[in-house]
Design a protein around this ligand. Structure first.
Ligand SMILES: Cc1cc2nc3c(=O)[nH]c(=O)nc-3n(C[C@H](O)[C@H](O)[C@H](O)COP(=O)(O)O)c2cc1C
Length: 193
């Protein structure tokens, strides 16, 4: 299948990064027709009061300044909408996701655009996509009760409609790197193009 992949890396390490190695291998395996790239080592701005005011102003009523305020968020949402598959390099930082990824989440979780509220509760609007997470950690076991990264990201992606989430993990790299990389290789082999 010719697909568009949105490839996001979040490790602050631009080289010698295991999550970057893994996310690149995943993208290669998917052999996409088109790759959209976001390297969040170039950090995104945090949302602020002006951004929130612009976001809650209906699009047709936004003034020029508010449209400019939303431009980056609009671009990030467009990339997300264009992607069939998201590949996210995700090192665990202080038991959670890197702050730069949280900044991305705050910019793409938009009521009426990527999710909406219904009488039955919130509904994700970005359906029909999948996500593959290349997760790394030093000592935190992925899926353990102190891993607040993968469960959180899985929830957020589900909240915007992406419920097909696969994890390729090289966790506990500081404990047993050989075992970690072997497990990641095995998980990688399960990724279907
Ligand atoms: C700022 C920072 C915070 C970290 N916090 C954790 C943590 O809470 N748990 C853990 O297991 N590893 C932690 N680590 C280790 C990284 O998750 C580990 O080195 C991982 O391989 C980094 O991925 P990368 O090689 O793609 O940069 C932390 C590393 C950094 C730089």
């Amino acid at each position: 299948m010719t697909q568009t992949v949105l490839h996001i890396d979040t490790s602050a390490r631009r080289s010698a990064s295991t999550s970057r190695d893994l996310s690149a291998q995943i993208v290669e395996r998917l052999a996409p027709g088109r790759v959209l790239r976001r390297d969040l080592a170039d950090p995104l701005p945090l949302i602020d009061e002006r951004w929130i005011a612009a976001n809650f102003t209906p699009e047709a009523q936004r003034d020029e300044g508010q449209r400019a305020e939303m431009a980056l968020s609009d671009d990030l949402v467009q990339e997300l909408k264009a992607a069939d598959t998201l590949v996210i390099g995700l090192p665990i930082y202080n038991f959670s996701v890197p702050a730069t990824l949280k900044a991305w989440i705050d910019l793409v979780a938009r009521a009426g655009i990527t999710f909406r509220y219904t009488e039955a509760g919130p509904e994700g609007l970005l359906t029909g996509k999948r996500a593959i997470l290349a997760v790394t950690s030093g000592g935190t076991p992925v899926g353990s009760e102190i891993d607040f990264a993968t469960g959180y990201l899985r929830h957020v992606l589900g909240f915007i409609g992406i419920t097909d989430v696969q994890i390729v993990a090289a966790d506990r790299m500081n404990v047993d790197p050989d075992a970690a990389l072997k497990a990641a290789d095995a998980a990688l082999a399960q990724v279907a193009a």
